[in-house]
Structures are given as structure tokens and as C-alpha cells.
Ligand binder design. Structure first.
Ligand SMILES: [Zn+2]
Length: 591
């Protein structure tokens, strides 16, 4: 069963003609910051009423020529029109195709402003010698580098032939060959039908380090050893996930560490997770992100949200699964800490969100789906699953989830389809769970689980008692430090801030999560000694999770806003287009 409802973020008409396979052939032209080549689409007509055109999504693509062919036939040129461009959706590409046509080949090039692509000059990389390119297709950015039906309701397989400068390596979300020689010509094949937002490409001075038989890391040479050490529990996590939810379907499971401008923590591109270098803390304390992206191999990549209003089906499930993996690998106390911090962060963010954005099944009419990326689909979604687990017991709920993943594997589903399945296979008439409230109302139901962590409770005690005196923090994990900082009073005097910094060197910490929390406190309390580090962090890191709250905190005062504007002037050229859109919105909101 595919999505029955039309996706409001796509112009495409899959209910009439559906794209089944993409064959991409392109040159990566660093000097012009464009991709140039062809996309050949295999299409299947769904109805025989007339001959509707094939409508594809595009954004800032330069379409040169479109050809069609019948099965095993030769290509012949056909007519196409590119519609007016919408700031959020891009422009529809309407292609005339004869009833018997099964293939459509589009000759095109991208624009240097393509919203999915970030072209890094050598100084923006770790090695400083070679340029770097990476894509971020989620949510609706695939259309800025490939003309296709850019909706998660349509799944397709793909093959690709990518040409790059000779000394660079290209990798894609398609099971890479770790032994591929560096020739400047690379071929890929994704055998499983995936939604367009999981098509991904990166090109750079990349090296590979194996971690297990099917796991390894790609990164720039100066980063790859460190990354392989940090992530060496990946195989263990993968085994834990398989024990819980059934076989891993994607062959290899590698990680790609990107330069710091990557706008997200991680992106679950199949067989090749893209990850931010900000999780390289040196002590594996931030590897929950690896567990999260692995969890997507079931929730998201295998069973996919059919529209962006159903995004919580991807992320809520994934946060729940992520914590089950962490519990299996690192023990229950670790899971409890993550869950407590998760709920805390959710409440903190929800307090600032308008009601419409606190709803799991979010209404995104007229909006960019990237606007819906808050903690709500993640943490509120995970709390709903936690509440199902608590109500029905782990054994029953685990069996339900396993069956859910099997039942809907390689399908894209809506919230409605999930609800029907849940009622039939788990709830069985049970009305203890206020499902409508969870899915369609703002805030949290009164019965929402309140995770507890003994470890963090002790930390909170210490934060309360902290007077500048020594406390025992020797073996504190990142999670304990975060909880400590969050438990301190929101307003602190300059002396208290200085004392904290002297005692624990927060301004100089190499741990991005702790630094983020500290910098927020520094802005709030005008702690000037941290300002140079704040600027350095905002200029060098482009991860939305960090930069968004910092800019938001800065603009609360006129003095902070002036500082934010000055910093952003330096930082903006180094940010990915997705991060630029976010920060532009904070510093110069559209009226
Ligand atoms: Zn995720």
C-alpha cells in the first residue's frame, strides 16, 4: 500500500505515472560548482485514461533536453515545460510522454545555489588542500540536484555513474565498495526502493578505515583514525538492533564524517550515514547519534513517512529505537539519562513553540517541511512509544514493533495507516492511551511518561548545592555534565559564571554538547570571557541544532543582536544553504 493522499510538497503525479528507477550520470564540476549530466527515469503508468504528462519536481535546475523511449527503443526528443518557481516548492517540470514510453531521459545541470548541495573550498575542509561536495536531500532538496518525483511517498531504486577530479573519491547512499580505486569514475547501485530524500552523494579527499566486516568509516585523512576509534561500537549497536527488530536489510553500514558545516547531526542515508564531526568527543559519549542513524535502517528507511506531516513516524520511532539500542549496548542507566534529558529538552523547546508546531501530525500547508524539524516529532513521538511500551509491556510491544517493520517494509505510510494498524494489532479496544491527544493536540498528555534517572537526580542535587565548592565530578559522563548545567539557576552573576568556568573550564571544553549549553548560559548572563569562543564556534560549525538556539538567544537583546549580525556576516559564507535559510529567518524574519 502506497500513500493514498497527495503530498502537498510535491508537484508530481505518481497516482498517474510513477518513477521506479533512476539512472544518474553526471560530472562533478568543482570549478563551476555544478553537477552536469543526465537523469534517466524508468516510469510506470498507473491508469490508462488518456496520456497525462509526467510532472517532476525541480528547483533551480537548468533543463537542456528531454527524451523519451519505449522499452528497448531509441530515445527521441520530447516537449517539456518548466512552470513558475515557488520559493518553497521549486518549479514543476511537465513532460509530454507517449502512452507506450517507459523511459524519460533529462539532460540538465544544477545551479551553484542548489539547496541540497554544499560546495566547500579547500580552506573549509580539515585537510585544506582539496574541495569537498556533499548533498542533503531531506526534506525536499533532492529536486535541486535531480529532477524527480520528490515525495517520500514514491520509492525508487537507483544506479549512478559519477565523474570527479581524479584525486577525489565519490561515495553514495548505495553500498560503497571500500576497495574502489581512486580513478575519478565511480559507479553505484541501490537495489532497494528508497524515497528520494535518501539519495545522497559526497565527494572529497576521503579515506576508508574498516571497523568490522560490514562497518567502516569514510573521512578526510586527518580525521579518519579518530573517527574509527570513536565509532568502534557500531557493529555492537547493529547486532543489538537486529536482535530487537529483525534483520538489517541494507548490506554494508558505513559512516561518512563530513566537514563541520554539515547542517545536521547525522543523515540516515542508506548504507552510508552522513555525520557531523562535532560528535567526535574522544570518549564515545555522543555516539547516541550513531545509534540513532542505525535505528533509521528500520524506522524511516524501511518504513517511511509518506508525507512530511508524518515525519514523527520516522523520528519518534527512531529516537525510541535509538534508546533501546543504547540500553542494550551501554546499560539501562545510560538509556535513562538520555530519556530524561530528551524530555527536558522537549519541554524547554515546546515552551517557545506556537501550538500548531507542538502537534505530532503537523500541518505544513504553505510551509517548508524543514520548519517542522523541532524536537516535537523526535521526543514527543518517542514518548508516545514509551507510553505504549509501559502500558502493554515490553514483550508485547517489542513483538508489535518487529511485526510493524516487517509488515510495512519498503513502504511509505501515513499517520492514519499507522493508527489503523496500531488499533488492530496492539490496542485491541484498549482506550488507556489518549491517541488523538498525542497525535492531533499541542503539548503533552497528562499521562505522558516521565523518565527517571537516579544518576541525574544525584547530579541535580549537586547543582543545587553548588556554591563554588569542590564537587566530585571525576567520572561524569557528558549526560551528567549537561544535566548539571541545566539544573543551575537560569540567572547567574558574573562572579558565579567566572567561578564555574574556573572550576570546570567550560569555555575551553572540546565537547560540543557541553559547549553549546555553556554558551547559551554565557549569552543569557552576558559572560564576556566566553564571547570569543562563541564566535569561533558559530563561524566554524554549521550544525543547525547548535547554531539555531545560539542565534535565537543572542537576538533577545539589542546588544546580542548586533553581535549575532556581526558574527553571522563572517559565518554565513561557510554555512550550508539549509542552515543559511534557518539563520536568515532568525536575524531577518520575513514579515
Ligand atoms: Zn533521525
Amino acid at each position: 500500500m502506497q500513500n493514498a493522499r497527495r503530498d502537498i510538497h510535491s508537484y508530481s503525479n505518481p497516482e498517474q505515472i510513477r518513477v521506479r528507477h533512476l539512472d544518474l550520470d553526471c560530472d562533478v564540476l568543482f570549478d563551476r560548482k555544478i553537477l552536469k549530466g543526465t537523469a534517466a527515469l524508468s516510469v510506470q503508468r498507473r491508469v490508462d485514461s488518456g496520456a497525462p504528462p509526467l510532472i517532476l519536481d525541480t528547483r533551480n535546475l537548468h533543463i537542456e533536453k528531454v527524451e523519451v523511449s519505449e522499452e528497448n527503443g531509441a530515445y527521441a526528443e520530447t516537449k517539456f515545460t518548466l512552470g513558475a518557481s515557488d520559493p518553497i516548492l521549486g518549479a514543476p517540470l511537465s513532460i509530454t510522454i507517449p502512452p507506450a514510453a517507459t523511459k524519460v531521459r533529462i539532460q540538465y545541470s544544477t545551479s551553484p545555489e542548489a539547496s541540497a548541495l554544499q560546495w566547500l573550498d579547500p580552506p573549509q575542509t580539515a585537510g585544506k588542500k582539496q574541495p569537498f561536495l556533499f548533498t542533503q536531500s531531506q526534506a525536499i532538496h533532492a529536486r535541486s540536484w535531480i529532477p524527480l518525483q520528490d515525495t517520500p511517498g514514491v520509492r525508487l531504486t537507483y544506479s549512478a555513474h559519477v565523474r570527479t577530479p581524479k584525486d577525489l573519491l565519490a561515495v553514495m547512499s548505495a553500498g560503497n565498495d571500500p576497495d574502489a580505486p581512486r580513478t575519478g569514475e565511480y559507479k553505484f547501485r541501490q537495489h532497494w526502493p528508497i524515497p528520494s530524500y535518501l539519495i545522497a552523494l559526497a565527494v572529497g579527499d576521503l579515506q576508508f578505515r574498516p571497523m568490522g566486516n560490514r562497518t567502516g568509516v569514510y573521512a578526510e585523512p586527518s580525521v579518519v583514525e579518530r573517527a574509527a576509534k570513536e565509532f568502534d561500537d557500531t557493529e555492537k549497536m547493529l547486532r543489538a538492533a537486529q536482535e530487537l527488530y529483525g534483520p538489517y536489510r541494507w548490506g554494508r553500514s558505513d559512516l561518512l564524517v563530513l566537514p563541520p558545516s554539515f547542517p545536521y547531526g547525522g543523515m540516515e542515508n542508506p548504507s552510508l550515514t552522513f555525520a557531523t564531526p562535532t560528535i567526535l568527543a574522544g570518549d564515545k559519549s555522543l555516539v547516541s547519534l550513531v545509534a540513532h542513524e542505525l535505528a533509521h535502517s528500520w524506522s524511516g528507511n524501511l518504513v517511511t513517512n509518506a508525507t512530511w506531516s508524518d515525519f514523527w513516524l520516522n523520528e519518534g520511532f527512531t529516537v525510541y529505537v535509538e534508546r533501546r539500542i543504547l540500553e542494550k549496548v551501554y546499560g539501562r542507566p545510560r538509556e535513562e539519562m538520555e530519556a530524561v534529558l530528551g524530555r527536558q529538552d522537549l519541554e524547554r523547546e515546546m515552551a517557545k513553540l506556537p501550538e500548531r508546531d507542538q502537534i505530532l501530525h503537523i500541518d505544513l500547508k504553505g510551509r517548508d517541511p524543514d520548519d517542522g524539524v523541532t524536537l516535537v516529532p523526535y521526543e514527543k513521538g518517542a514518548l508516545l512509544l514509551r507510553s505504549l511500551e509501559q502500558t502493554f509491556g515490553r514483550e508485547k510491544f517489542d513483538a508489535f514493533l518487529r511485526e510493524y517493520f516487517n509488515h510495512f517494509q519498503f513502504q511509505s505510510i501515513t499517520t492514519g495507516i499507522f493508527v489503523d494498524y496500531l488499533k488492530k494489532h496492539l490496542l485491541n479496544g484498549n482506550t488507556q492511551i489518549p491517541l488523538d491527544e498525542w497525535l492531533y493536540k499541542p503539548g503533552l498528555p497528562a499521562s505522558a511518561p516521565q523518565p527517571v534517572s537516579d544518576v541525574l537526580a544525584k547530579v541535580a542535587e549537586q547543582a543545587k548545592a553548588w556554591t563554588g565548592s569542590k564537587i566530585e565530578t571525576n567520572n561524569w559522563s557528558t549526560q551528567e555534565w549537561l544535566h548539571f548545567l541545566k539544573a543551575l539557576p537560569p540567572q547567574l552573576s558574573p562572579e558565579k559564571m567566572r567561578e564555574l568556568d574556573r572550576a570546570f573550564s567550560f569555555t575551553r571544553t572540546g565537547n560540543a554538547e557541553i559547549l553549546e549549553e555553556w554558551l547559551l548560559m554565557a549569552i543569557r548572563n552576558r559572560y564576556e570571557p566566553a564571547y570569543p569562543r562563541l564566535e569561533e564556534f558559530l563561524v566554524s560549525v554549521g550544525r543547525r541544532k547548535y547554531i539555531k538556539p545560539l542565534y535565537e538567544e543572542l537576538v533577545k537583546s539589542p546588544e546580542g543582536k548586533a553581535r549575532a549580525t556581526a558574527i553571522y556576516k563572517k559565518a554565513r559564507p561557510g554555512y550550508h544553504p539549509i542552515a543559511v535559510t534557518t539563520v536568515d529567518g532568525i536575524l531577518a524574519p520575513k514579515s
